[in-house]
Design a protein around this ligand. Sequence first.
Ligand SMILES: Cc1ncc(COP(=O)(O)O)c(C=O)c1O
Length: 242
Amino acid sequence: MTIDLRSDTVTKPTPDMKSAMFAAEVGDDVFGEDPTVNKLEEKCAALLGMDSAVYCPSGTMTNQIGINVLTQPYDEVICYKGAHIYKYEGGGLMGNSHVSVKLLAGDRGRISVDEISQNINNDDQHYPRTSVVALENTVVREAGSFYSLREIEKISAFARSRSLHMHLDGARLFNALIASGDKASDYGKYFDTISICLSKGLGAPVGSVLVCKKEFAKKARRMRKVYGGAWRQAGFLAAAGI
Ligand SMILES: Cc1ncc(COP(=O)(O)O)c(C=O)c1O
């Protein structure tokens, strides 16, 4: 047996996943008619205590859509300096959403209320408008350091007191939940958009889900189309995710 530790993305689907894929009922997801995709989206929204979800081909796409729906061009996003959304998505934030970033040092990637509060721009025409705080949990570039929900609660309360939206790159959120013992369904309270990957720690072959508040779901679906990610009978893949 070969043990390949390059990435959790090289895992192969289990026999159960393959059977679920073969047996999946499918339809055209662009028409909202793929029952398996709909089931996956409902399951993910309920799991994280949020209203809506949009199934997408990749975690990069769910992050890019998440930031896009929460910002206007010329806004600024606050995140850790090694955050995936900034460092490993090909400059997508700038190209797709026309936003700048304020990069924080963090403690192994975990940014604090203190750091965030010192980096919100004053409402002044010279500065980009700070509009989003983006967290990553676990933090991929910091060997999987994680936030507990208690820390997130503080950051979210502060962000909301300053009218900032909250995005989570939760590519490996389920690893953080195991490490912290926190409940998945509490997460929805603290974020506007959450990206989770099925193709990483969870072992599915393809796919990520943007879980979000209802008010952002329609635009998220529109942006998935714009980014070329509105797929057809994606239920074959969603079945493995379920
Ligand atoms: C933290 C984090 N976010 C997002 C992504 C992007 O996921 P994808 O490769 O599916 O685009 C990755 C990929 O490894 C990641 O590690």
